[in-house]
Write a protein of this length. Structure first.
Lengths: 118, 322
């Protein structure tokens, strides 16, 4: 799995790490069950703080792409399909667009809810 | 099977088939002069201590030459050895066939004209020396003959300039990592552990303890992980050490190609050969690095093209002084 972070970017480093994994899942480069590098090892590789990596991993866990097990590290979940990863990307884009438009959280949620009810 | 393969397989199996034919021919010529029970096993002094019937001798002789012959043919086909490896493999086959063939015939001839029901006088130990000499001669002949059959060229890599790259923005940092599934390492660990404990309990711990230590070292490598980053390429186990690291400074270029564990590395594990070394868990795709020393380092890992492309990118960056 290829991880890339750009320290000059405005996107937080942890989010960039999460985006790397999301991209790999979306492209089918990693399969369910595959392990992610240990947070400490990845932090050393990228020259970032270990907490930054853990923040990225935490985010992926919330999205359901990886599972974190104490002592066994992080692994891609069984449900992490390329389609799911691409959906997550589009949700992120939608949220970013809504913020750019100055929409509030409630307004965006209402929008999603109306789409779900339709 | 291609015609090229056919020639190599024939050459690999030839010495064993020849030895068997010679053995059977000589058996036929002396069959009338042999006793019913052949002396077939001798102690260190050369005295017979085990006997076999004539038909059992034949049942033993045929597979004892045909099985290694089939093994050699199989290694030649599956291992696809090239260059020096092929010459040594062929020479080795001739040597083994000559050694076995000579001893099988020698055993037959010490039994010639032995009185019925009596035992052979013994097995003169110079037969062992003669068998070794025959093996050396046949081995040399095999190495010469191996030059006659066409063998595949040593696979070498492309020009570094044509290699893949990964486009990185100025200042962007990248790392690539992937696990290597080496299920057999776990089996090896368990076997070694069991052997270590058994030997320790039954014999002595001076032999048992090193086996257990070896098992633990392999154990930490039972789920190896390959990392490519600004420091170079690292293969690590469960613990930070031991690990294998090739720094960027020692690399010329990287590529991705299919490697053959048996032919190119002579087996599996951490292999060190005259021109190449590597962590080889299987035959198949691998990151192959040309080192500045002129040697090669390989690690078998999936998605090796991405890992190799990142290494080339990092090498470019290092050469540009960034």
């Amino acid at each position: 799995m290829l991880f890339r972070v750009d320290p000059t970017s405005t996107v937080p480093l942890g989010d960039q790490i999460a985006a790397s994994v999301r991209r790999a899942v979306a492209e089918g480069a990693v399969a369910p069950g595959e392990r992610l590098p240990a947070a400490r090892a990845l932090a050393e590789s990228l020259g970032v703080n270990v907490h930054t990596v853990l923040r990225g991993y935490q985010r992926l866990r919330e999205e359901g792409l990886i599972e974190l097990r104490r002592g066994r590290g992080a692994a891609i979940t069984a449900g992490a399909s390329p389609q799911r990863a691409r959906l997550l990307e589009r949700v992120r884009e939608a949220v970013a667009d809504a913020r750019d438009l100055g929409m509030t959280e409630d307004e965006l949620l209402a929008l999603v809810r109306s789409e779900l009810d339709a | 099977m291609t015609s090229k393969n056919l020639g190599r397989v024939t050459l690999a199996a030839l010495p064993f088939v020849l030895a068997l034919l010679i053995d059977l021919t000589l058996y036929a010529t002396v069959e009338d002069r042999l006793p019913d029970r052949l002396a077939v096993h001798f102690d260190a002094g050369g005295s017979a201590d085990r006997y076999m019937s004539l038909s059992a001798y034949l049942l033993y002789t045929v597979p004892s030459l045909l099985v290694p012959g089939a093994l050699w043919a199989l290694i030649t086909v599956r291992g696809k050895p090239h260059g020096r490896a092929h010459r040594w493999l062929t020479g080795g086959g001739f040597a083994v066939a000559a050694f076995l063939g000579y001893l099988l015939i020698a055993v037959l001839f010490v039994n010639v004209d032995v009185p019925e029901g009596g035992s052979a006088d013994g097995f003169p130990l110079w037969h062992i020396a003669a068998a070794l000499a025959a093996a050396a001669l046949a081995g040399a002949l095999g190495m010469l003959l191996s030059r006659l059959v066409p063998v595949p060229e040593d696979p070498r890599d492309l020009d570094p300039a044509t290699r893949e790259r990964i486009v990185l923005a100025e200042g962007e940092v990248a790392a690539w990592g992937r696990g290597i599934g080496a299920w057999w390492a776990l089996v090896a660990v368990l076997v070694l552990l069991a052997a270590g404990v058994t030997v320790g309990l039954e014999q002595n711990w001076f032999i048992g303890a090193p086996l257990i230590v070896l098992a633990l070292v392999i154990g930490t490598f039972s789920r190896p992980h390959v990392t490519v980053d600004r420091r170079g390429l690292t293969v690590s186990g469960l613990l930070p050490r031991p690990r294998v690291r090739v720094p960027l400074e020692r690399m010329e270029a990287a590529g991705s190609r299919s490697v053959n564990a048996l032919a190119e590395y002579g087996g599996w594990g951490y292999r060190i050969r005259p021109e190449r070394s590597g962590v080889i868990t299987r035959s198949g795709e691998a990151i192959v690095i040309s080192l500045t020393s002129g040697r090669e380092f390989a690690v078998t890992v999936g998605d090796s093209a991405t890992g190799a492309a990142l290494l080339n990118t990092l090498l470019d960056r290092q050469r540009a002084g960034r």
